[in-house]
Design a protein around this ligand. Sequence first.
Ligand code: HSE
Length: 297
Amino acid sequence: NRISIFSPATIANVSCGFDVLGLCLDSVGDEMTINTACPKGVKIKEIIGADLPLVAEKNVGGVAALALLEHLQPDHGFEISIKKNIKAGSGIGSSAASAAGAVFAINHLLGSPLSNKELVPFAMQGEKLASGSAHADNVAPALLGGFTLIRSYEPLDIIKIDAPEELYATVIHPQIELKTMDARSVIRENITLKKATVQCGNIAGLISGLYTNDYNLIGRSLHDELVEPVRYILIPKFKEIKVAAMSAGALGGGISGSGPSVFALSRGVQTAQKAAEAMASVLQDTGIPFELHVSPI
Ligand code: HSE
């Protein structure tokens, strides 16, 4: 038995939801093929497009798959081949795509004993290997689509929220590698009550905007008091890129996951494309190479 899947890229945090909000990029992602094999366990057969470990225990997809097999105890094993289109350290959930794709495909080949939501904890094991923290804000939207809210980690409580029809994401990836582990090390542990209050207002505003298709409310809520103010210095021309996107009509934006990618959300594909051009023009002036994506959510 064999299955070929598209495993999507994701934007974690979505500005105000550090570790608790994420969204799925419908048209950007990796390709994976998984087949059943005789020997038990997991074999990473091939990875095209990236220099990543082939030893299952050291590979994020392998670790997530092994965690799932430990739970489901099938009487055979699996082989995984990955074509990486999402660059490692790009900030659009490269490790999450491998981890989520591996557990989704294996579960499917076993007759779907678990729901996609139930697969999240296994995919999180891959994230733990990649970044030292088992955050779910990339793997949950990769598995469920749309927006996801992780209301609680202990116990895990995940809510899927459909994206408003006309909402598009623009992502620019300056081609420098920023490891999530390093980008997490700059974050302050303590925050003031004042900042926490502003952040709560914005998260609540964003969720309300998603449920009521209120694009302006979504835009007004895309602010981050906690992480962006310390992380942005790791990203070349971050503020200029964000201002350029907003001037082109985007609703708002911020750092995609732990960076260095920067995202903007727009109403309609045309505005998203205009935002892409404006964001690109900022980096063009610096000579830093970059990749651009415009995607429905
Ligand atoms: N929430 C995580 C972080 C996402 O910001 O560190 C990493 O992609």
